[in-house]
Ligand binder design. Structure first.
Ligand SMILES: Cc1cc2nc3c(=O)[nH]c(=O)nc-3n(C[C@H](O)[C@H](O)[C@H](O)COP(=O)(O)OP(=O)(O)OC[C@H]3O[C@@H](n4cnc5c(N)ncnc54)[C@H](O)[C@@H]3O)c2cc1C
Length: 426
């Protein structure tokens, strides 16, 4: 019997899990190809929600999707592992050993053979080598980071409650991540105060630092201004044109010599590909380490290696690293790879900009349509934009779970409100 075509997808994030699920349901189910998904963690989360996990306003048990469970229901295999190298001649990728928190090696270094490999390993914040940031700041790049931040946040909040002192937090980066995190932390304090046996909540001093002239630079100026006003109305201090020159255990230093004291320091600026892309041999990378691809999402140097999502850079027509672009690229490959396996050419990926939304906790939200029309932010405090933000997440869940399990998952979340506190307390 002829060997099946082997497709390996590395990274089960917004793009990777959507692709594995769709290919599993088509060529995996029909037996035309063997689909293997590899991820360094065991569960998928919708990354645009990470700031909610960091603040503790989303329950991470309900919002995680187990890769093994998803694989078993959708005709693909899952293996845990972190890609550490690629041999394009031998058509293999190397996975680093899986080592648990006690230092025990669970799985040794392994290699996986492929006929086509799709790299979708996402991105992380970029500290641009700013002194002290790597040692003294927290990042919100994945669930481990978000949970780590939440642990620290809850401990510092407890101290602030107990000793009646303020808690200062500084966030660098006025993009969607930093801006939404600032609002979400404020919301989290309000919710935590409901469980504080009537004690007066401590003052939360949040400073948002942005190097550019305005926050949310991807949105029209009117949204940046409205968001800035909304943040200031809830007590967040926003400093634009604030170039950070260093960080230490007490806060940030700005280029103009100002010090911003902060007990908790978050770096949420810039985007770069994971450092491992530099170990993939002689291939062209963008300045931030992303893999340069042709419009077909194939590497410039190799037809059998694809990249999509945040780790990919389409040199001809770059698209911003967003969940929207990542999903569309996954859908493009899911649609065309089955024919490509049979020797048909791949059409180029064309990004269809459907607009963008940003939600500041429960306080407000805005969205834009491609023509520049802005919605949200009105007398309903941006309910429409916040609903769209939530809908995007539900759409993603429905895509992965299917309609029935998607509905059950919504119902479970809704019922959860009656059972659990609305903010993480333990
Ligand atoms: C807090 C926050 C809020 C955001 N809000 C929005 C928003 O409102 N709208 C929007 O469009 N975008 C938003 N984004 C950006 C959006 O989340 C990303 O653009 C999107 O997740 C990219 O999808 P991806 O599949 O490329 O990568 P990811 O979703 O990041 O997935 C990457 C996957 O690769 C795995 N991985 C990483 N390295 C390795 C390795 N070496 N080996 C194996 N596996 C690996 C990771 O575990 C992960 O599962 C936000 C991002 C953040 C952090």
């Amino acid at each position: 019997m002829a060997q099946k075509f082997r497709i390996v997808i590395v990274g089960g994030g917004v793009a990777g899990l959507a692709l594995a699920t769709r290919l599993g349901k088509s060529v995996g189910k029909s037996g035309r190809a063997e689909i293997t998904l590899v991820d360094k963690s065991f569960a998928h989360v919708w990354k645009p929600m990470l700031h909610c996990f960091a603040a503790g306003t989303a329950a991470n048990e309900n919002d995680r999707i187990s890769f093994m469970s998803q694989a078993s229901r959708h005709h693909f295999e899952f293996w845990p592992g972190e890609i550490s190298g690629m041999d394009r001649k031998a058509k293999t990728i190397t996975l680093a050993p899986v080592i648990d928190t006690n230092g025990e090696t669970i799985l040794d270094e392994r290699s996986l053979e492929y006929d086509a490999v799709i790299l979708s390993i996402g991105s992380r914040a970029n500290d641009f080598g700013t002194p002290g940031v790597a040692q003294h700041c927290m990042f919100i790049d994945n669930l481990v980071d978000a949970n780590g931040f939440n642990d620290r946040f809850r401990k510092e909040l407890l101290k602030a409650f107990a000793y009646h002192r303020e808690l200062d937090i500084a966030i660098v980066g006025g993009g969607a991540t930093g801006t939404q995190l600032a609002a979400e932390l404020h919301k989290a304090l309000g919710l935590a105060a409901l469980y504080s046996f009537g004690q007066k909540p401590p003052e939360l001093k949040i400073t948002l630092l942005e190097a550019g002239p305005r926050i949310l630079p991807a949105f029209p100026e009117a949204v940046s201004e409205a968001a800035m006003k909304q943040l200031e109305a809830i007590g967040v201090s926003v400093r634009t044109s604030a170039m950070v020159s260093g960080a230490d255990e007490n806060g940030f230093m700005l280029k103009d010599g100002t010090r911003i004291p902060a007990t908790l320091r978050v770096w949420a600026a810039g985007v770069k590909a994971p450092d491992v892309t530099r170990k993939f041999g002689d291939i062209k990378l963008s300045r931030s380490g992303q893999l340069e691809v042709r419009p077909t999402l194939q590497l410039l140097e190799d037809d059998s290696v694809f990249a999509m999502g945040d780790c990919a850079f389409i040199a001809d027509k770059p698209v911003a690293p967003t969940a929207q672009a990542a999903r569309q690229q996954a859908h493009h490959l899911a649609r065309h790879l089955p024919a490509w396996i049979n020797g048909r050419p791949l059409p180029p990926f064309v990004f269809n900009n459907k607009g963008a939304v940003v939600a500041l906790g429960d306080y407000n939200g805005w969205g834009t349509f491609p023509g520049g029309t802005v919605f949200g932010g009105g007398w309903l405090h941006g309910l429409s934009a916040r609903m769209v933000h939530l809908m995007l997440y539900r759409q993603h869940q429905f895509e992965l779970y299917g309609p029935f399990r998607g509905m059950v998952s919504c119902l479970v979340d809704w019922l959860d409100v009656f059972v659990r506190p609305s903010v993480r307390l333990d």
